[in-house]
Write a protein that binds this ligand. Structure first.
Ligand code: MET
Ligand SMILES: [Zn+2]
Length: 786
């Protein structure tokens, strides 16, 4: 066994750690502060406690507290916002309310808006379900280094013996993720401001160095995108920027990470790391999970730098295959050492995408915990791998044995591969994805449903009132018996049905009161799926979600939505639309198994949904909506991988829905993204009616769809449900008129942007009244014009 010298600072690290606190303490403190219940000082103290607990845990798990192995990824709301604050990059539209400096209070104004200003836009961070606040950059945006918070955070923990490496989004990624502010000249790109931003980063580094910081982490995952890759050709922008930053007098050493894929040209993995090292960056990182391991040819350029090999998956919750990782690391180590560099073991990205610890889960099926690794278990894996690399297999013999055993048990477990599910998949034929001709369907559905033109409907959920949440919690804790809970839900369904009838909506829904979350509800009712109890993952700001774990072959033991939906239908003469969540969204918002292609898991979920649709139809439900809000979300970052994704994702929707009768109207619903780029896929879903978020973009997507020749039903949202604001009837009139410029009256449906579950009743009632009124006016106008 070779005894190579590893990194002089550390041989194991993680790029970041969940920031919300093991018990979501930061969420509670933030919301208490926003509600005026605790002061800013109390918030800082609470956040400091959370960070101290995290650092103590990380050091306890074996990361070198004094050697720079601990990430200083402090962020109360969002890591991109922290960088905006460190650069004092105040968007012009806030210049009246925010001075030159973005302190914590000012950062919250950017994050949450105020009476006069909408907050910064939230957008998905790469292909994750984390959302960051989009910087708004213009030709005049000031970039002024404000190191105060970073310095204070470093100093606070240095005193306790934790040598943090302050973490910022790197300048290239920061500007790649920014948008041109309103009023910037046509064609302006935030990257035009690169030199000014780099100057501010240089001042930040100088100040951090002066404060005794030894290592700073700059995250550059933007380099894995198509646009970012262009900045990373040899002799490129990457070289220019990082040569400048590495040359800053008395600056700390730099640690530049990528993550979420292969940085730069995917055919030349490692060249960006070589380029960074040549520029003077001391520690570079490569994502070995989503990305490819650096090619030996490029490691030659490392030249004394350290490569952090991101071998532990920080996006899933599965235990690492330690034996395989160790073998890959040994190969890399030989190449890196040969090149005069050093190797350290790390994670593919920050661990912010996984929950704190498996140990907190008390209700998982018995077989599952041993297969899993959340953040803490992943830290332990990184430490174990580094030890194995340093001291040889014998030093980690117990861990290797436990690992082999867990993986063998997982492979052999009955639910991992279920013959009945496999046989059903193997027997599928192309006809299983085909429905009758769209025109034939349209005629059959028109006859069966008898809807007016411009039918009005909602997207499914109605306000989840405190009573609804309380009843659900009561059912979970046992405070409410099964019979009591059922009676409660039936009463709630009846109330929602009567409410919709009174409003005069044309197609009713049951309101989804029984669902805590549109994906978790399905996970709870499918075999092969397990919800967690404490597995919170930050989605944005103080918000977290609790993705369920898809661990085995999926099937549906019994119909579960049918009782509620058919009960709702029994209460009304109007058509009632059944609600399901589609396969892609179910996968996108879960932790999925890593031992088979996503495509196969999608097919299994699709077949389970197909069974539910058959049962809904048999119960007399003539309209069924299968929501796919995450369709765009899983689209791969790299263009070359997109067609294959679009093929299987569309096919999984069709597999779920194509068993429906010709007269059954299949709807889908899309939101949370811009769908302009994927209209071809939306068309290929072959849904009879598609509702899609559109109010904020003023019906923009209707243009894309019309241009594409989309001919089936379409309900562009006319009411933005993301805020309590009530749209006026006139406003909805205008949106409908706008939509009718491009869509035919036979095509157009009238509905809100999305479900109403986060709204309260007063604004919901007022908004839906205006929506029904506007639809009636538009109908009358159409009738008068023929
Ligand atoms: C995020 S899409 C939500 C769709 C779901 N049917 C609802 O109305 O809540
Ligand atoms: Zn939606």
């Amino acid at each position: 066994m070779t005894q190579q010298p590893l990194n002089p600072d550390f041989d194991a690290t993680v790029l970041g750690y969940p920031r919300i606190g093991a018990d979501r303490e930061l969420k509670k403190a933030l919301e208490a502060h926003w509600a005026g219940k605790i002061s800013l000082d109390e918030l800082h103290a609470a956040a400091g406690q959370v960070q101290l607990a995290d650092l103590t845990r990380l050091a306890g798990l074996g990361l070198d507290a004094a050697g720079g192995a601990l990430p200083g990824d402090v962020a109360y709301y969002d890591q991109v916002l922290e960088t905006t604050a460190a650069l004092s990059a105040v968007p012009s539209r806030f210049s009246g309310v925010i001075g030159e400096r973005i302190g914590t209070a000012e950062a919250f104004v950017l994050a949450r808006g105020d009476e006069a200003n909408a907050p910064l836009e939230l957008t998905k961070w790469f292909d994750t379900n984390y959302h960051y606040l989009v910087p708004e950059i213009g030709p005049g945006t000031a970039f002024v280094a404000d190191p105060e918070r970073l310095v204070a955070n470093h100093a606070a923990h240095a005193a306790a013996g934790f040598e943090l490496r302050p973490t910022l989004v790197g300048p290239l990624t920061y500007l790649l993720l920014a948008k041109a502010e309103d009023g910037a000249p046509e064609g302006f790109s935030p990257l035009e401001r690169l030199d000014d931003a780099v100057a501010a980063y240089a001042s930040l580094l100088a100040a951090l160095g002066a404060a005794g910081v030894k290592l700073v982490q700059l995250d550059e995952p933007g380099l894995v995108t198509e646009e970012g890759a262009k900045l990373a050709a040899d002799g490129s922008t990457v070289t220019r920027v990082y040569s400048a930053l590495a040359a800053v007098q008395s600056a700390p050493r730099l640690f530049v990470t990528s993550g979420y894929g292969t940085a730069g040209d995917p055919a030349r993995p490692g060249h960006v790391q070589g380029e960074l090292a040549r520029a003077g960056v001391a520690v570079v990182h490569a994502d070995l999970v989503r990305g490819a391991a650096p090619a030996a040819a490029h490691l030659g350029e490392l030249n004394g730098a350290t490569l952090v090999a991101g071998v532990v998956n920080s996006r899933n919750i599965w235990r690492n295959r330690l034996g395989e990782s160790l073998a890959a690391l040994r190969t890399l180590q030989a190449e890196v050492t040969e090149a005069g560099g050093a190797l350290a073991v790390g994670t593919a990205t920050s661990l912010q995408h996984v929950p704190h610890t498996v140990a907190a889960e008390t209700a998982l099926p018995e077989h599952l915990p041993a297969w899993l690794a959340f953040a803490d278990e992943k830290v332990a894996e990184v430490v174990t791998l580094a030890k194995g690399l340093r001291e040889g297999d014998a030093a980690i013999a117990a861990e290797l044995a436990a690992d082999a055993e867990a993986h063998a048990a997982r492979a052999a477990f009955a639910g991992t591969s279920v013959a009945a599910v496999r046989e059903r998949l193997a027997a599928l034929t192309p006809e299983d994805l085909e429905r009758a001709d769209a025109e034939e369907r349209r005629a059959a559905q028109a006859a069966a449903l008898g809807l007016p033109p411009l039918p009005t409907t909602t997207i499914g959920s109605f306000p989840q009132t405190a009573e609804v949440r309380k009843a659900r919690a009561g059912a979970r804790s046992g405070a409410l018996s099964e019979a009591e809970y059922e009676a409660f839900l039936k009463a709630e369904i009846e109330r929602v049905v009567r409410f919709q009838e009174e409003l005069g909506l044309d197609v009713l829904v049951h309101g989804e009161a029984e669902r805590n979350d549109m994906v978790q509800y399905f996970a709870e009712n499918f075999d092969g799926y397990a919800p967690t109890t404490r597995g919170w993952v930050q989605s944005y700001g103080s918000r977290s979600t609790r993705p369920a774990i898809l661990w085995g072959d999926v099937s549906r033991p019994r119909a579960f939505t049918v009782p509620w939906i058919s009960y709702a239908a029994s209460l009304t003469e109007k058509p009632l639309k059944g609600m399901l969540t589609g396969p892609v969204t179910i996968l996108a918002w879960s932790f999925v198994r890593d031992d088979q292609p996503l495509e196969v898991s999608a097919q299994q979920v699709a077949l389970a949904l197909r069974d539910e649709i058959e049962d809904l139809q048999a119960a007399g439900i003539g309209i069924i909506q299968v929501d796919e809000p995450a369709l765009r979300e899983l689209l791969p970052l790299r263009a070359e991988a997109q067609p294959d994704y679009l093929r299987w994702s569309v096919d999984s929707f069709r597999l779920a829905t194509a068993g429906a009768d010709t007269a059954t109207q299949i709807h889908t619903h899309l939101c949370y993204s811009e769908f302009g780029e994927v209209v071809g896929a939306i068309d290929a879903l072959d849904a009879d009616v598609t509702s899609i978020e559109a109010a904020r973009s003023r019906m923009e997507v209707t243009g894309d769809l019309a241009e594409f020749g989309f001919s089936r039903g379409i309900g562009p949202g006319v009411y933005d449900i993301h805020s309590p604001r009530v749209p006026s009837t006139e406003e909805i009139d205008e949106l409908l008129a706008e939509a009718l410029k491009r869509l035919t009256p036979e095509q157009l449906w009238v509905n809100p942007d999305c479900g109403l579950k986060t709204r309260a009743y007063p604004e919901t009632e007022a908004s839906l009244r205006h929506l029904v009124e506007a639809a009636a006016k538009a109908r009358a106008a159409i009738a008068a014009s023929v």
